[in-house]
Design a protein around this ligand. Structure first.
Ligand SMILES: Cc1ncc(COP(=O)(O)O)c(C=O)c1O
Length: 443
């Protein structure tokens, strides 16, 4: 379906521009009214296949889970807020108990917040408190949020950090971004030079390991460009943490909650972290974040960390209904993420052979990125071409989100039908083919 812009759309966007502070919107005039499963509808009845899960939130279909909706409605009539951090309530406790069943043995404490960044703020404070150390290690291209602590670890785009320093004491180190290896090497003959660099430089010259509280890592980098590291990279990072008494924090805000085919993205690497952070898809559409810690790390003193809305009853009721759905359908969701991810990767790899502007295609489960370049040889990032693809796809009825310098993320709801997935891929391929032709004409 071709997108038609209407006066209503124009007018809402104009009113928005007058009163809303600028955030992170791109070039598509998508004014959303409703969603159902694989589709998003705008205020003028334009219908779109969704390849974004509305920023990795609706992993199981856009507003599709009836049990989640019913749970929220029911809870809204009883009580939505119980000041759970100051008093007691059973619903958040039940959800925490339920959530912990999804974690490896030995994970026993949960802190609820309202977003991914807050989940990471708690992880930063806990790591410092548990170790009595002050430094953090973060990776280039990482994204952990936009509040000050998590922004300190974030190192994805300059605009996210410009004018906001000075930051929390963080040392940034290279991630295994093999398509653009910072050392100009190739995996596996590189022998993971990026890991050696961390040991020799960051921990050998810049900060004494005994002063490092935590290493924060996304098992698959998200906002920074959908970067999938080799398995042994993550294993080596675990080893560095173990060798130096450093807490390993796995930020699963985007990659977790079945996106990669597993509840914890870290499980794809055969590694267990010490603290996990989650948000996005956990609430099934309502805001909730969680910081989940290994019991052996201990507890925090009363008053050291808390919030107002953590454990909000409506959000927790939604999250518990979402988790019950997940557990009931676990093997089907695992299979769908793996199978549909494979379908997308196969198709994209064929496109990569055909179109000069596709530099790299990569993914884990159903978390897939396409990196656009001016040409395959120079690998020069092609943000303009990537943005053209997003806009043209949108005009033809497909919603997608960019990430990194010139990458496009493909994260449809895991439950998307094969028919809609393939229709979306057809729209995507037409847009890529046109952007490829335009780029050839320009160069
Ligand atoms: C990996 C990761 N961590 C943290 C965040 C921050 O989450 P929120 O926007 O809910 O604060 C995001 C958001 O995109 C993310 O992708």
């Amino acid at each position: 379906m071709k997108f038609k812009i209407t006066e209503k759309i124009k007018s809402i966007i104009k009113r928005d521009g007058k009163v809303m502070m600028t955030t992170t919107r791109g070039d598509v005039p998508l004014v959303i009214e409703k969603g159902d499963g694989d589709f998003i509808y705008d205020v003028s009845g334009n219908k779109f296949i969704d390849f974004s899960s509305l920023i990795a939130v609706y992993n199981f279909g856009i507003n599709a889970n009836k049990e989640v909706r019913e749970a929220v409605k029911k809870q809204a009539d009883v009580l939505m807020h119980a000041a759970f951090t100051d008093f007691y309530s059973e619903i958040p406790v039940s959800f925490a108990e339920n959530l912990l069943t999804m974690f490896p043995k030995g994970f026993g404490k949960v802190f609820f917040s309202n977003s991914g960044t807050e989940a990471n703020e708690a992880a930063i404070k806990y790591s410092k408190l548990f170790t009595k150390r002050q430094y953090l290690i973060g990776f280039y291209n990482s994204f952990h949020g936009r509040t000050h602590g998590s922004l300190s670890i974030t190192s994805s785009k300059l605009v996210q950090r410009e004018h906001f320093g000075p930051f929390n004491s963080t040392v940034h180190v290279p991630y295994a971004y093999c398509y653009r290896c910072p050392f100009g090497k190739e995996y596996p003959s590189c022998g993971l030079e990026c890991v050696d660099y961390i040991k020799k430089n960051a921990l050998g010259k810049e900060v004494p390991p005994k002063e490092v509280a935590a290493i924060f890592i996304e098992p698959v980098q998200g906002e920074g460009g959908y970067i999938v590291p080799p398995k042994d990279f993550i294993k080596e990072i675990r080893n560095i943490a173990d060798d130096n008494g450093i807490i390993l924090v796995s930020d699963e805000v985007q990659a977790g909650y079945m996106r990669t085919g597993k509840f914890l993205a870290m499980d794809n690497f055969g590694v267990t972290a010490d603290i996990y952070t989650m948000a996005k898809s956990m609430g099934g559409g309502l805001p909730i974040g969680a910081t989940i810690t290994r019991s052996s790390l201990g507890d925090v003193p009363e008053g050291a960390h808390s919030n107002t809305y953590g454990g909000n009853l409506a959000a927790v009721a939604a999250a518990n209904a979402q988790l019950r759905y997940l557990k009931k359908n676990l093997s089907s969701i695992e299979m769908q993420a793996t199978e549909k991810g494979r379908i997308v990767l196969d198709r994209l790899n064929k496109m990569k052979d055909k179109y000069e502007i596709i530099g790299d295609v990569r993914g884990l489960g159903f978390m897939i990125g396409i990196e656009f370049v001016k040409d395959k040889k120079s690998k020069e990032p092609a943000p303009k071409e990537r943005d053209e693809v997003v806009v043209e796809a949108f005009n033809n009825g497909l919603v997608m989100l960019p990430c990194g310098a010139s990458t496009l993320r493909i994260i449809p709801p895991i439950t998307i039908s094969i028919k809609n997935l393939e229709e979306g891929l057809d729209i995507l391929e037409t847009s890529i083919s046109n952007a490829d032709r335009n780029q050839k004409r320009r160069s």
